[in-house]
Write a protein that binds this ligand. Structure first.
Ligand code: NAD
Length: 480
């Protein structure tokens, strides 16, 4: 059985208490690895190592940081096949998806911020007083914590680590204990790339245990968190009286607005992807599909047909469109929502049942579920399922579509399908979310601000926003 180590002060280490947690392979439902059950002392060691490394790392030149981050990106690309295999095994996602999306994006995150930091500059202000110049210095925060979830493990943890390091911070990273493998492989890559000891530390184990020390540690100056709204709220509550800089990327219940004038075939293709990619376990997945009444019956028939045709099966089988969901608890949660949808009066048009592919009978597989006839205010339409479950709701007018789209405590992303340019602009302005895709979905430009409003997030990641988050501005005023 594989045993994962923490990465502290440049070394791969077992946890001080010698305890480990099981890591499951979702495709088989079997334990396949062990991950450190780190204790407060391990967290303390990681924070101290990061603190010790901070003065030297924050004083490296931008070029040095660029070079070492680029080297890490290069090694991720070299190991892409191994990393993709590890990610598919750990998460249950199709290997093709890990190979085409997760791992290339992890490399791109390092490449992007290696370059972005060489272009990062701050403002200078002349006037309003004669003979006065103000300029802004930007200093790294110090030790920062990067906490990430299980759905896109390497993709999301590198999205935080790369800008934090590029800006000159040192990092204690906390990957999800459910999917720790690629963060462990990244630790090995960082050693090989020559990242100085302590600059990045990766600490594995229970979020509650590690969070207890990390969230309140006086040396941890910033926390970048991606995960559930529940844990995000807990972190916000604990850290606010400590005045830490905090960025929270949390849950979503994203609307997809489909108008009758859209490019139908493209919309249908993308909406199948936006609903069920990664087993519906992407924070940006569309889960509330709103369809203009005149298109409703046609869309419903075609969409259900396409959902039923999706092949649910083992991640390593390249004919699988959809793999296994992350855990037996999560499988039960999703099945619970399918039952709830029916109890709330919804009509289940397809799927929603567990299946047992031959040879993988104990894995956690569920067929994509499509509901209709559910009111906007019911729990199925209000709560994040984070699985392959969507609802279809017809609307008559643009106003009604907007009202339904905004009828949510979440505000992460929205997708709008229309050829009417004015309508696209009107809705983009009025839907209360952080990201709007018009006639596409999850088309990402890493320079853009990424994040949500309402219960979906606080702060933004991406491009200069991330570099601003990981630095403290200081105003210098000179009268000459
Ligand atoms: P989670 O909140 O349970 O865990 C996220 C991370 O936080 C894990 O590493 C966990 O160990 C750690 N953690 C748990 N308790 C903690 C605490 N008290 N203090 C500090 N850290 C703690 O989320 P999850 O189940 O891993 O991920 C699924 C959720 O993530 C979904 O709600 C999804 O929408 C969200 N998500 C959001 C985005 C986004 O960009 N907005 C992206 C991906 C996933």
């Amino acid at each position: 059985m594989e045993r994962i180590s923490n990465y502290i002060n440049g070394h791969l280490k077992s946890p001080v208490g010698g305890s480990f947690l099981h890591v499951f392979n979702p495709s088989s439902g079997q334990i396949y690895a062990e991950v450190p059950a780190s204790e407060p002392e391990d967290v303390e060691n990681a924070v101290q190592a990061a603190q010790l490394a901070f003065p030297a790392w924050s004083n490296t030149s931008v070029q040095e940081r660029h070079d070492i981050l680029s080297k890490i990106a290069e090694l991720i690309k070299e190991r892409a096949a191994t990393l993709a295999h590890a990610e598919a095994q750990d998460t249950g996602k199709p290997l093709n998806l890990a190979a085409q999306v997760d791992i290339p994006r992890a490399a791109a995150n390092f490449d992007f911020f290696a370059n972005a930091i060489t272009q990062f500059s701050s403002e200078a202000h002349h006037g309003p007083h004669r003979n006065a110049l103000n300029y802004t210095l930007r200093a790294p925060l110090g030790v920062v914590a990067c906490i990430s979830p299980w759905n896109l493990p390497l993709y999301l943890i590198t999205w935080k680590i790369a800008p934090a390091l590029a800006a000159g911070n040192t990092v204690v990273a906390k990957p999800s204990e459910v999917t720790p493998m690629t963060a462990f492989l990244l630790s090995q890559i960082c050693i090989e790339a020559g990242l100085p000891p302590g600059v990045l530390n990766v600490i594995h184990g229970s979020g509650a245990v590690i969070g207890k020390t990390l969230n309140v540690h006086p040396l941890v100056k910033g926390i970048s968190f991606t995960g559930s709204t529940r844990v995000g709220a807990e972190i916000a509550g604990i850290t606010s009286p400590l005045f830490k800089k905090v960025s929270l990327e949390m849950g979503g219940k994203n609307p997809c607005l489909i108008f009758a004038d859209c490019d139908y075939e493209k919309m249908l293709d993308k909406t199948i992807g936006s609903s069920f990619s990664n087993q519906g376990q992407i924070c940006l997945c569309s889960s509330r599909i709103l369809i203009e009444r005149s298109l409703y019956d046609r869309f419903k028939e075609d969409f259900v047909k396409r959902a039923e045709a999706l092949r649910v099966g083992p991640p390593m089988d390249d004919t699988s469109d959809i793999g296994a969901v992350i855990s037996s608890e999560h499988l039960n949660k999703v099945l619970g929502y399918v039952a709830l949808g029916q109890k709330e009066g919804g009509t289940l048009l397809c799927g929603g049942n567990q299946i047992h592919p031959p040879g993988y009978e104990k894995g956690w597989y569920i067929r994509p579920a499509v509901f209709e006839n559910l009111a906007s205010d019911c729990r199925t339409n209000q709560e994040e399922v984070f699985g392959p479950v969507v609802t279809l709701t017809p609307f008559e007018t643009e106003e009604e579509a907007l009202q339904l789209a905004n009828d949510s405590s979440y505000g992460l992303s929205a997708t709008v399908w229309t050829r009417d340019l004015s309508r696209a602009h009107r809705l983009s302005k009025s839907i209360n979310v952080g990201i709007v895709w018009i006639n596409t979905w999850l088309l990402r430009d890493l320079r853009t601000p990424f994040g949500g409003m309402k219960n979906s997030g606080m702060g933004r990641e991406g491009g200069l926003e991330a570099l601003r988050f990981f630095t403290e501005p200081k105003n210098v005023c000179i009268e000459y």
